[in-house]
Design a binder for this molecule. Structure first.
Ligand code: NDP
Length: 260
């Protein structure tokens, strides 16, 4: 019997149990994926081991603690410094960041080269570094200056609201939490309208249609919310949980069925 969990605070809203249990069922695997409300991130490793988990996902606000909890970190997570997937293998906790490739899966069909990322938190780090690695021309724009040094150190172009000089971007990505539980836009509306005039695509990491996406639609841009990113980060996590034993297509099928 395989056992998995998602750690977060809060965690009751997470769709990961639905998705992963759907894939376990579809693939005929005896196992269970549950939620764990973790208040203190520094206890992640201890709790993971005491529950004898085979794997876990980690959500806000513990992704940096998850990085510290692992014995080994693989792939882009090493550069990001935060991760959302832990696999137990031969007595070790192995960490991966699947938000980054999950986001890429959702936008790779777009014919985009120049990308503007709004926000500079954990999701922005994952998205910016992975897209840069894939050859995109990435710029990061944030409300305040403080978090931008991480991106400058990685040779990415950065602006805060106070020094932003708008340019032309194919794809604009909202990774801020503006619009999550309010009606706000992630930046000044008049500047956003200027950007939309020259853009082709708009993506929001939030799972629903935000005011940002509604405004983009009014400019006839092609838009996507964060549901595909959510799905693909889950598919890739599950793929790691079983060390590549199942194809991403069959995992995805099980997860989509669960949503339906
Ligand atoms: P963080 O808290 O790490 O970062 C938030 C960023 O948003 C900061 O740069 C902050 O700017 C900026 N910000 C917050 N509020 C506003 C606002 N009102 N206007 C402008 N900028 C603002 O968040 P995360 O990166 O962890 O998550 C961001 C979003 O991505 C969340 O909405 C989350 O739900 C979503 N998400 C979706 C996933 C998916 O699978 N679809 C996966 C992970 C996250 P400042 O530095 O100035 O404070």
């Amino acid at each position: 019997m395989k056992l998995f969990a998602i750690f977060g605070n809060p965690v009751s809203h997470s769709l990961s149990p639905l998705m992963h249990n759907g894939a376990l069922k579809e693939l005929g695997i005896e196992g269970c994926y549950t939620r764990y409300l973790l208040k203190e991130g520094h206890r992640l490793r201890e709790v993971f081991l005491s529950l004898k988990l085979d794997g876990a996902n980690v959500t806000v606000p513990h992704k940096e603690d998850a990085f510290k909890a692992c014995d080994e970190v693989r792939g882009i997570a090493r550069e990001i410094g935060a991760l959302n997937t832990i696999v137990y293998k031969e007595g070790k906790l192995i960490g991966y960041n699947t938000d980054a490739p999950g986001f890429y899966e959702s936008v790779k069909e777009f014919d985009a080269k120049r990308v503007l990322i709004l926000g500079a938190g954990g999701t922005a780090r994952a998205v910016a570094l992975y897209l840069k690695e894939k050859g995109y021309d990435v710029t990061v724009l944030n409300r305040s200056e403080e978090r931008l040094s991480f991106f400058r150190d990685k040779n990415l172009k950065t602006f805060s609201w106070s020094d932003f000089t708008p340019s032309s971007y194919d794809l604009i990505v909202n990774t801020t939490s503006a619009g999550l539980s309010d009606d706000s836009l992630p930046m000044d509306e008049s500047v956003l309208r200027e950007l939309f005039k020259n853009a082709k695509y708009c993506v929001d990491a939030i799972y629903k249609e935000t005011p940002f996406l509604s405004l983009a639609k009014s400019f006839s841009l092609r838009v996507k919310d964060g549901k595909e990113m959510l799905l693909y980060q889950g598919v890739i996590a599950f793929y790691h949980f079983f060390d590549g034993a199942f194809s991403k297509e069959e995992i995805k099928r099980g997860m989509i069925k669960a949503f339906e």
